[in-house]
Design a binder for this molecule. Structure first.
Ligand SMILES: *Cc1c(COP(=O)(O)O)cnc(C)c1O
Length: 391
């Protein structure tokens, strides 16, 4: 048992992350056991009939899932959480739990691309109408809200193009019309943005990224407020969602150190982004933590920190030059996902339908890992030299 009798919600965030989800460790062992479970036994016929025991069936919860779900709910300051086998599963399960044929879904245009695919295929086939809105609309999103709008979905900042959304203004417009607000909170790690304090009803996460933090497990998490919890939980259980116990354990283990990891990611990312801002190869740095950058004011108002993920728009370059830049990098690798200890750099082309992406230059997304920023800067600098030599 954790020694503290204090309600974790009254503690400061860094303390909360250590104190939470430890009510299930027995024998004084610090971390909870990894329970591999399907069958859970009932001691008597009476107990079987009553179905009142805490654990009933593997998929319905184990001490391991309880520990990680409690910890995530604490991190997010929400009512309760559930985990899913991936971030994408967390999103799709949430949408399916609340939407029905004929409903209208207002989806942010900067959303994580596979969520867009889900909306444009499966949801569409099931009679849900998805409409995309400009991430920078704020309260003006109300012009798009219909009587059938059930959910207004945000992702802030967008995980490629980094638009910070005015979630409180969007939530006010949505709630006025009786719609729910779902926020993908992956970028902040759950540590630097509180969805519920800013009017959101449900927070979804690719815990795969910063919460797991070591690029070694896939995990999704959904946290609800009290009002949305019963409907979400019913949908989650009806769809047979759960996650593997070893991955849950890695998620809980990652969560314990997210505070110190994020601090380092942020410190190095700010330094590198500031340096990139001075480079002639770079047209624009997209990182709301930097003063003077698009979204900085909203970020300052609503976030308590920034993670290590940002993008840049380069001045137009040839494909060959971009290839030379990327292929020669030694410390930055190319790969999707992010939030681990390692630095990454990938090119991307924003896909938009609500408002076209008008920029010409190649976009690069950097994830700044836990390496020394001096070494990372030297790696990018050598890349720019290759770029110059090729163009
Ligand atoms: C990666 C990601 C997801 C999906 O998470 P997976 O665990 O890869 O399925 C969802 N939203 C955002 C913002 C992401 O970056």
């Amino acid at each position: 048992m954790a020694k503290s009798k204090t309600d974790p919600k009254t503690l400061k965030p860094a303390t909360r992350l250590i104190a939470t989800g430890r009510d299930y460790s027995e024998h004084g062992i610090v971390s909870p056991a990894v329970y591999h479970a399907s069958t859970i036994l009932y001691p008597t016929y009476q107990a079987l009939k009553e179905r009142k025991q805490t654990y009933q069936y593997g998929r319905r919860g184990t001490p391991t899932s309880r520990a990680v779900e409690t910890a995530i709910a604490t991190l997010e300051n929400g009512f309760a959480s559930k985990v899913a086998p991936s971030g994408l599963a967390a999103v799709t399960t949430t949408l399916l739990a609340f939407l029905k044929p004929g409903d209208h879904l207002l989806m942010v245009d900067s959303v994580y691309a596979p969520v867009r695919t889900f909306c444009d295929t499966l949801l569409k086939n099931w009679g849900v109408v998805t409409e995309y809105y400009d991430p920078l609309l704020a309260g003006a999103v109300s012009a798009f809200i219909r009587p059938s709008t059930r959910i207004v979905y945000c992702e802030s900042p967008g995980s490629q193009t980094m638009e910070v959304q005015d979630v409180p203004a969007i939530a006010e417009a949505a709630h006025k019309a009786g719609a729910l607000v779902v926020v993908d909170n992956t970028w902040s790690g759950g540590r630097y943005f509180n969805v519920f304090a800013h009017g959101g009803d449900i927070s979804v996460h690719a815990a795969t990224k910063y919460i797991v933090g070591h690029s070694d497990a896939m995990m999704g998490a959904v946290t609800c407020n009290e009002a949305t919890w019963p409907r979400f939980k019913e949908g989650y259980e009806t769809m047979g969602q759960f996650a593997g116990p070893d991955d849950m354990y890695l998620t809980l283990r990652g969560l314990r150190t997210i505070d110190v990891r994020l601090e380092r990611h942020m410190k190095s990312a700010v330094r590198i982004a500031e340096w990139l801002k001075t480079r002639s190869e770079v047209d624009e740095v997209l990182y709301p933590a930097l003063p003077g950058t698009r979204g900085h004011e909203l970020w300052k108002r609503d976030f308590t920190g920034a993670s290590g993920l940002f993008s840049v728009v380069l001045k137009p370059q040839s494909e060959t030059a971009i290839g030379q830049f990327l292929d020669g990098l030694e410390l930055f690798s190319m790969g999707y996902s992010w939030g681990g200890f390692e630095s990454l750099c990938v090119p991307f082309k924003p896909y938009r339908t609500a408002k076209p992406w008008a920029r010409e230059g190649t976009c690069l997304r950097f994830h700044i890992g836990l390496e020394d920023p001096d070494d990372l800067i030297a790696d990018i600098k050598a890349g720019f030299e290759r770029l110059k030599a090729t163009s």
